[in-house]
Design a protein around this ligand. Structure first.
Ligand SMILES: Cc1cc2nc3c(=O)[nH]c(=O)nc-3n(C[C@H](O)[C@H](O)[C@H](O)COP(=O)(O)O)c2cc1C
Length: 303
């Protein structure tokens, strides 16, 4: 026992730190510069049912305190993921939460059903920020579609099911409540914000797709407020994500009520960020003489 153990619903994690989907891949032939088993969990890039290429370049633009990406979701599709990617995770002790992006509730159902049947899949994170092809809406922005998508996935799995939401909504609390009522075990807050950049000299829009999603420290205060709002209003575990870069950032999210946190953009600048945050949390517990990180979760208070 290290004192960092947490639970997210029924899932026990050795510590609350994991990568944000789309920002970390594990391949045994080119492993990261740390032992991946030190992570609380592993969350790979979102997977779609069928193969797709992702967006056209350029796909990245740096902004002050942030990164705009329009990677889209390049995906091998479910069949190749099962055959080629998942076997790479065999033998790891960190639980693998597979992120899926569907274009309809039926696709969320199929992805969840097939992946849940694989023993090394610990659970599923539903990336609900993918536009629905028929209705041209994102489940994360349409409460009816959100309910349908989460319920569809829930109907075919008993494994942990996390719903990842967007803060580009009128009420994040309403969306999280809908996830709870539809059977999600936790909500992951939050995905990126729609953003763009223009090269003023060349008068050229930088991203090939026109717009992309803003991540990094620029979005951290909004993510933190979302975690605070939901954890105080809805009886569902929250995984906090958005701009977390230091152990102090991680502590803020835990104090706001997050049971666990994800780190994305910060790992691009410093690949050791996640392990440094884990070490920092251990140091923080020792400094305070606190036995368990659980004592910190939700302990933030209004003055
Ligand atoms: C390059 C890049 C790719 C991403 N791809 C995905 C993805 O496939 N699925 C997903 O749910 N979120 C994706 N995200 C969003 C992150 O998981 C995370 O929610 C967001 O970046 C905020 O966290 P951060 O500020 O720590 O990066 C991506 C973010 C970046 C920067």
């Amino acid at each position: 026992m290290t004192g960092l153990e947490v639970t997210v619903g029924s899932l026990a994690l050795r510590n609350p730190v994991m990568p944000a989907s789309g920002t970390f891949e594990y391949h045994p032939d080119s492993p990261p510069p740390f032992d991946v088993n030190h992570l609380g969990a592993i969350v790979p890039k979102s997977l779609t049912l069928y193969p797709q290429l992702g967006n056209r370049p350029s796909r990245l633009a740096e902004t002050p305190s942030g990164l705009i990406n329009s990677i889209g979701i390049p995906s091998l599709g479910l069949e190749r993921f099962l055959a080629e990617v998942l076997p790479r995770y065999e033998g790891l002790t960190a639980p693998v939460m597979v992120s899926v992006a569907g274009y309809s509730p039926q696709e969320y159902l199929t992805l969840t059903e097939k992946l849940s049947a694989v023993s090394l899949v610990a659970g599923i994170e539903l990336n609900l920020s993918c536009p629905n092809l028929d209705q041209h809406r994102m489940p994360a922005q349409d409460v009816g579609l959100l309910r349908e998508s989460v319920k569809s996935a829930r109907s075919v799995t008993d494994k942990p099911l996390w719903a990842k939401l967007s803060l580009e909504v009128t009420s994040i609390v309403e969306m999280a409540q809908a996830c709870l009522e539809s059977g999600a075990d936790a909500v992951t807050l939050i995905n990126t914000f729609r953003a763009m950049a223009i090269d003023s000299q060349q008068r050229r829009v930088i991203l090939g797709n026109g717009t992309g999603g803003l991540s990094g420290p620029a979005i951290r205060p909004m993510a933190l407020a979302a975690v605070w709002d939901v954890s105080h209003a809805v009886d569902i575990p929250v995984i906090g994500v958005g701009g977390i870069t230091t152990v102090d950032d991680a502590l803020m999210f835990l104090l706001a009520g997050a049971s666990a946190i994800q780190i994305g953009t910060a790992s691009f600048r410093q690949p050791l960020t996640m392990v440094r945050v884990i070490e920092g949390l251990t140091g923080h517990l020792a400094k305070l003489g606190v036995a368990s990180i659980a004592e910190i979760i939700g302990a933030g208070h209004l003055s």
